[in-house]
Structures are given as structure tokens and as C-alpha cells.
Design a protein. Structure first.
Length: 165
């Protein structure tokens, strides 16, 4: 009986360890979402107050690369890849984007399914719905190998809203 209990306990611990590793992210290295609080949070599409169209091109640029929003605003980003290469738009802090970019250079075929990003094949469109909860700057970039270094980045400038009276 003692042997069965020990094996059951070991199996339970192994399952918990695997679940924890899985929760860390959906690819090698995982994504921590601690920075999500700094950059906002996934938005509810029905609460989006406006739509911003962003074009990604093989000239390694976003158009527009400078976006202005208000604190608390929920924005629907409709992102189009007008190029022939795979591109992505990832919202994050500069530190988070640089760390993720280094991981992408080592594992260029990483698959993502995070609410702060969209990865698109040539000619495809997708969207991100995001609520900007804090004033400041939220960076965005394409983290496909070579693209960030080529300057494929931009910023969302979040202006502080007046306090309610």
C-alpha cells in the first residue's frame, strides 16, 4: 500500500510540474504576463471605442508607427501584412520585446497565441483588441528574426485622462 501511495504522490507532483511548465507559455521560454499590467490588458471587442488600421510591409516598417490613445481606451487594431514575408505585431515593454526577440532568433518557428500579438503570413489580416489601462508608452514590434534589428517597431503613446470629479 505504501508503494502505491508513493507512486500516486509522485504522479500527482509530476502532473503539477507539467501543468506549471505549460502555464508559463506555449513555446520554449514561455511568456510571462507580468508586463501585461504595465502595458494594459486584453480588451473586450464590444467595448472597443475605435479601430486603428496598421499595415506591415517588407520595408520593415509599420504604418502608422506612432499611435496615440487615451488611458482606459479599448482599441481594436486591424493589422494587415502587405508584404511577402511573415510579420507580426507584438505589444509590450521595450525590455519584454527585446527578450522575446532574442528567443525568436534562437527559435524562429515559435508559434504564438497570446492576446497582445498577432502573427500573419503574407497578404493576411488579423486583429488585437487591447485596453490601455496606464498612461505612458507601450512599444510594439515585429519579432521575426532580423525584423526588429531592421527597425520594425513603433509605439502607442497613452495620454493620461483627467480624473473623474
Amino acid at each position: 500500500m505504501k508503494h502505491i501511495l508513493r507512486n500516486t504522490a509522485f504522479a500527482a507532483l509530476a502532473t503539477l510540474a507539467a501543468a506549471g511548465a505549460s502555464a508559463a507559455g506555449n513555446h520554449a521560454g514561455g511568456h510571462g504576463h507580468d508586463a501585461d499590467e504595465a502595458i494594459g490588458k486584453p480588451g473586450v471587442a464590444a467595448k472597443a471605442t475605435r479601430t486603428v488600421h496598421v499595415d506591415m510591409t517588407d520595408s520593415m516598417r509599420f504604418a502608422p508607427a506612432d499611435i496615440r490613445v487615451k488611458q482606459g481606451e479599448t482599441v481594436r487594431f486591424v493589422v494587415k501584412n502587405s508584404g511577402q514575408l511573415k510579420h507580426e505585431l507584438v505589444l509590450g515593454t521595450e525590455k519584454e520585446l527585446k527578450e522575446h526577440y532574442e528567443a525568436m532568433k534562437k527559435n524562429p518557428e515559435m508559434e504564438h497565441d497570446d492576446p497582445n500579438m498577432v502573427t500573419l503570413a503574407a497578404g493576411k489580416s488579423g486583429e488585437i483588441v487591447w485596453q490601455f489601462t496606464k498612461a505612458g508608452k507601450v512599444d510594439f514590434a515585429c519579432l521575426q528574426p532580423g525584423h526588429y534589428d531592421a527597425g520594425m517597431k513603433g509605439a502607442v503613446n497613452v495620454s493620461k485622462t483627467a480624473a473623474a470629479r
